[in-house]
Design a protein around this ligand. Structure first.
Ligand code: AMP
Ligand code: MG
Length: 471
């Protein structure tokens, strides 16, 4: 058993104004809720050591391992379109970076106590958001969608005060990095061109070694986000708080707050209780991504030489988003429909399916799965005829098409009512539903028979219509 970790902390080598160095605040009685063993192994961590008292103390922030250089990162951001010049890690601390099987990863504790960026908050997290992020981020990973990961959830033995007194918890989050569009905005707003330069070089080296300079970085982020948002759309995922500080420049889904997978499909679906105007509704996500990337582009212009030419190049790079997004969207939805080739009318064919789904209030996940098994309900009869004709035109073998569809249309996603159920049970001391949900949702394509009830859409009284930030 060996808790020694080989850290290599590149962010901590950046200038001091990028962060504030401090250790996590210890908690009263750390207890391990769940450890993600496959992820731990891929980071070359000793699983037994992580489960030991010292390991759990580390995951709770009570023990800073040798080689860690704990810090809270500075960033700014637009929240619901309003500019906030200083945000930063108010309840998270980066322990450091490790070089795992898949490359460099941040190891961060979320809910680890106050930092100089906490402003009004207590720096803590309660059990609900920690368990939600654990399940949903790992489900996203299992669906093949770029995301931060959950290494562990630990209960603190302390209460946090929200709308009620709630049990506290800490999530260990693993990410390619925690650099956000808002990190660039932080330096741009301070006209700190040297800071921007250093951050650009850091991100290029870390995430986009084949890209060069600020324009190369912008183009790479545009491409990564176009892919990411198309992937979200293909599984009915709504992030809920696409503020610029919640957009990772590495192209991972980050900061799971009031996020949700849709049950009944509607393009204007919103879950977040704080998103009153539907700014971050399902179908708004691609446009919001463009808006966020435009803020990112604005930050990079001071690094791009002569101003007029820089603005022109940056604008062109941002304008590439819709086409890249549309291509990624079509690629994903074609596979969902079992199509191999492409036809002019495919976008319209997909659109007409979604129209019927919206009119019927059909469940997003269940409908695509029903299509996979060619057992759509009566209202889809006309559309099914068009779809079969389209398959026939490309000479598709229906059973081969269905095989491909089974790998693009998940059976099981973390449904809101199941997540809420797991959280309520955990608050009452019963973690079994959470563990079951966490085990089930990492097998989205072919769940075990015993997990199949978790795939069912909510019954009428079960549907969760709103999710809360609950930070
Ligand atoms: P988020 O909702 O995770 O995107 O957070 C937005 C900002 O609020 C970030 O700067 C967070 O660090 C900060 N924040 C959220 N919750 C807390 C909390 N409980 N204590 C301190 N800061 C917080
Ligand atoms: Mg955030």
């Amino acid at each position: 058993m060996d808790l020694r970790i080989s850290f290599d902390n590149s962010y901590a080598r950046l200038p001091g104004r990028f962060y504030s160095r401090l250790a996590p605040t210890p908690v009263a009685a750390p207890s391990l809720i769940r450890l993600n063993e496959p992820l731990a192994r891929s980071l070359e961590f000793d699983v037994e050591a992580l489960r030991s008292d010292d390991g759990v103390a580390m995951l709770a922030g009570n023990l800073v391992p040798e080689g860690a250089e704990p810090l809270a990162q500075a960033y700014a951001g637009h929240q619901f379109g309003g500019w906030v010049p200083q945000l930063g890690d108010g309840r998270a601390i980066l322990l450091g970076e490790v070089l795992g099987e898949d490359g460099r990863r941040d190891v961060q504790l979320k809910g680890s106590g106050p930092t100089p960026f906490s402003r009004m908050g207590d720096g803590r997290a309660w059990l609900g958001p920690v368990l939600r992020e654990y399940v949903v981020s790992e489900a996203m990973h299992a669906l093949g969608i770029p995301t931060t990961r959950a290494l562990a959830a630990v209960s603190t033995g302390e209460e946090v005060l929200r709308e009620a007194r709630l049990p506290g918890a800490v999530l260990t989050r693993v990410a390619r990095s925690h650099v956000r569009v808002g990190t660039f905005q932080y330096f741009a707003a301070r006209q700190d061109v040297e800071g921007l330069q250093a951050l650009t070089e850091h991100v290029l080296a870390r995430h986009y070694p084949d890209a060069a300079g600020p324009l190369g970085l912008l183009q790479a982020v545009v491409a990564a986000q176009a892919e990411l948002i198309a992937a979200w759309m293909s599984v009915g995922f709504i992030h809920g708080v696409m503020n610029t500080d919640n957009m990772s420049v590495a192209g991972e889904t980050i900061d799971y707050g009031p996020c949700a997978f849709m049950d009944a499909y509607h393009p204007d679906k919103v879950f977040s209780s704080i998103d009153r105007f539907g700014r971050y509704a399902y179908s708004a996500q691609p446009q919001v991504a463009v808006w966020n990337i435009a803020q990112f582009a604005t930050c990079l212009i001071p690094l791009m030489g002569e101003r007029e030419a820089a603005i022109e190049a940056a604008t062109e790079a941002v304008h590439a988003f819709p086409e890249l997004y549309q291509a990624a969207y079509l690629r994903r939805f074609r596979v969902k429909l079992g199509l191999r080739g492409s036809e002019e009318g495919d976008a319209a064919l997909i659109g007409r399916l979604l129209d019927v789904m919206a009119a019927e209030g059909a469940d997003f996940t269940a409908t695509f799965r029903a299509l996979t098994e060619d057992r759509l309900d009566a209202p889809f009869r006309v559309w099914r005829g068009e779809w079969l004709a389209r398959l026939e035109r490309e000479g598709a073998d229906i059973s081969a098409a269905q095989d491909a569809m089974r790998r693009a249309n998940p059976v099981l996603i973390p449904r809101n009512h199941r997540v809420e159920e797991a959280i309520s049970a955990a608050v009452a001391g019963d973690y079994a539903p959470f563990h079951t949900l966490a085990e089930a949702t990492v097998r989205p394509w072919k769940p075990e028979a015993r997990h199949l009830p978790l795939a069912d859409p909510p019954a009428p009284g079960q549907e969760v219509r709103q999710t809360f930030c609950g930070t």
